[in-house]
Design a protein around this ligand. Structure first.
Ligand code: ZN
Length: 267
């Protein structure tokens, strides 16, 4: 093969080689961002500890709110020592103590149970007429395409009636949640403006999270709120976000390690 021809041949190969590399790069450029995007757009429910651990009295965790904020701007739960209800919305997390007063949770505070997500609503439901809490849950059940995914739910409106509670701060030795709840503070408000933040978790996740609906509420002025017990709902705007990823962070504490989460008794 003459040298010049060889060089031309090599260049030709080289050209095809570079065209091939370029094509692959372009193709990857088209395909990869889409797959990466599809991956990052998977909505993740991030939770610290489990509801069954909270139920038996594991009231101290070591996931701080600074850490929790990395996994969501929306959510609910409680803070260490079960010192009130916790609600998170628009990246701000509030603690509502037993006196019913809401305040911003310091980043350094930790949570023994919290569920958070980056809320990206994809479905809007409008309620017509006035319905009670039970009917709200039945109505949501009818609107959800499947009960096999967890859902993040945001309800905004002027609520004709809301009954909610907050839990009192506990001191060791910790008693189970049902015992602590005997001293819960219950509040009732009528014609109240605010936001309800919550989740619907599938039955198969029972023990990890609350089976079914779990809602926390905060008034529009962010002064009070709590865990929803009952209510009347009218002309409320309900937004739904389907979750297909669940990430759990378990407490790295001796109490969690020692707890018998199988039969719900502490060793
Ligand atoms: Zn709650």
């Amino acid at each position: 093969m003459p040298y010049t021809f060889y060089l031309f041949y090599l260049m030709k190969i080289k050209r095809y080689f570079w065209i091939a590399i370029l094509s692959i790069t372009v193709l990857l450029g088209v395909i990869l961002p889409e797959t990466t995007q599809a991956h990052t757009s998977l909505n993740t429910l991030f939770q610290t500890s489990t509801i069954s651990a909270l139920a038996i009295g594991i009231y101290e965790g070591n996931t701080s709110f600074k850490e929790l904020k990395k996994y969501g701007d929306f959510g609910l739960g409680t803070v260490n020592y079960l010192d009130g209800e916790m609600i998170g919305l628009d990246g701000k997390f509030y603690q509502i103590k037993a006196d019913g007063v809401a305040s911003v949770v310091p980043d350094s505070m930790a949570s023994p149970f919290a569920a958070v997500t980056f809320f990206k609503p994809e479905k809007l439901i409008n309620i017509e007429g006035q319905i009670n809490y039970q009917q709200l849950q039945e109505s949501l059940d009818r609107h959800l395409p499947t009960k096999n995914y967890p859902y993040a739910i945001r309800i905004q409106g002027n609520f004709p009636y809301l009954k909610f509670r907050t839990v009192p701060k506990q001191t060791p030795p910790y008693r189970p949640l049902v015992e602590a709840l005997k001293r819960q503070s219950v509040f009732e408000l009528r014609n109240v403006n605010g936001i309800i933040v919550g989740f619907r978790t599938p039955k198969y996740m029972q023990g990890i999270n609350v089976n079914g609906y779990h809602f926390h509420f905060i008034t529009a002025n962010r002064k009070t709120g709590g865990h929803i017990l009952d209510g009347q709902f009218q002309n409320a705007k309900i937004e739904i976000d389907t979750i297909s990823n669940v990430e759990m962070n378990l407490p790295k504490t001796g109490e969690f390690g020692k707890a018998d989460l199988g039969d719900g008794k502490l060793n």
